[in-house]
Design a protein around this ligand. Structure first.
Ligand SMILES: CC(C)(COP(=O)(O)OP(=O)(O)OC[C@H]1O[C@@H](n2cnc3c(N)ncnc32)[C@H](O)[C@@H]1OP(=O)(O)O)[C@@H](O)C(=O)NCCC(=O)NCCS
Length: 261
């Protein structure tokens, strides 16, 4: 197994989070590719774990100034993923690949003269676990619901990062159901929810006001303090794990039925 910088040979599998076998992933559109092309010029770095020419793990990190956290002179790991499903190439987790990807990213970031590295994880024992980063020497520094922000400073004068927190939520629309999708592009699960929502709103034509807010623009991210989320009539829809198309449609339908005719 070797860790390499992402190159063109692995672009298409990276844009599918190493899960080209998954129907769900194939629903996620091309937002990740668009996001990659935008952020690669802003310092985004991606490393891939490769075994026998198969991409089995990846880590993506970018200058924190372009991330969903506030900070200075740090890099931010938005995602680390070692393929863990039995489908496709099979389960590569718990073989030390995640540790090697993280070490490679830390080395890289030190060479880039960053003062430290930040990461995020969930406080529960699934997905990207905050506890996994803690075992790797990262310290919890902020929390936003279940999302824990952690960091590993390399120098004494490194400034601790903070989460950008929610500032406002979408308002109701007179006479219509308001559906607002915040989307950044970095996460296929979130992109999939956007695509499912786009399909669902089409069932209700002019009964719904649908708005997509791109938070790939930092001003927009800071204005709302929201990175990826779905709101229906001002109420946030739980998006972890990603709701199915049917579930999203049902939530909207329930609100449409309450509209005065
Ligand atoms: C977190 C994650 C990256 C860790 O990757 P990994 O390759 O499984 O990590 P490692 O193998 O380095 O470490 C995991 C464990 O295996 C153990 N381990 C490491 N090498 C090992 C080996 N050769 N044999 C047996 N166990 C080993 C480690 O001690 C560690 O122990 P722990 O379970 O007590 O923490 C991986 O589990 C993952 O991708 N999780 C999902 C993350 C996710 O959802 N990402 C998308 C979020 S948006």
């Amino acid at each position: 197994m070797e860790i390499i910088d992402l190159n063109e040979k692995y672009y298409s599998i990276y844009f599918k989070c190493l899960e080209d076998w998954s129907d769900d992933i194939n629903e996620a559109g091309d937002h990740k590719e668009i996001w990659f092309n935008k952020f690669k010029d802003k310092g985004l770095r991606v490393k891939i774990a490769v075994e026998e020419e198969k991409a089995c793990g990846m880590i993506q990190y970018l200058p924190i100034e372009h991330s969903m956290a506030k900070g200075k002179d740090l890099y931010f790991i938005s995602c680390i993923w070692v393929h863990g499903h039995k489908q496709g190439i099979g389960n590569f987790q718990k073989r030390g690949i995640g540790t090697k990807l993280l070490e490679a990213a830390e080395e890289d970031v030190k060479l880039l003269n960053a003062k430290g590295i930040a990461a995020w994880g969930v406080s529960l024992p699934f997905w990207m676990k905050a506890s996994w980063f803690r075992k790797k020497g990262y310290k919890k520094i902020d929390k936003n619901g279940m999302a824990v922000l952690l960091w590993k400073p390399f120098v004494e004068d490194a400034v601790p990062p903070k989460w950008i927190k929610e500032k406002k939520t979408p308002q109701l629309t007179e006479g219509k159901v308001n559906v607002t999708s915040f989307t950044n592009g970095w996460c296929l699960a979130q992109n999939m929810i956007l695509e499912r929502t786009k399909r669902a709103v089409q069932c209700f034509n002019d009964k719904v006001e649908f708005r997509i807010i791109s938070t790939a623009e930092k001003e927009s991210l800071c204005e709302w303090g929201i990175c990826d989320a779905l709101f229906v009539d001002g109420k946030e829809v739980r998006t972890g794990p990603p709701p199915s198309y049917e579930k999203i449609k049902k939530i909207i339908e329930k609100r449409v039925k309450k509209l005065k005719t």
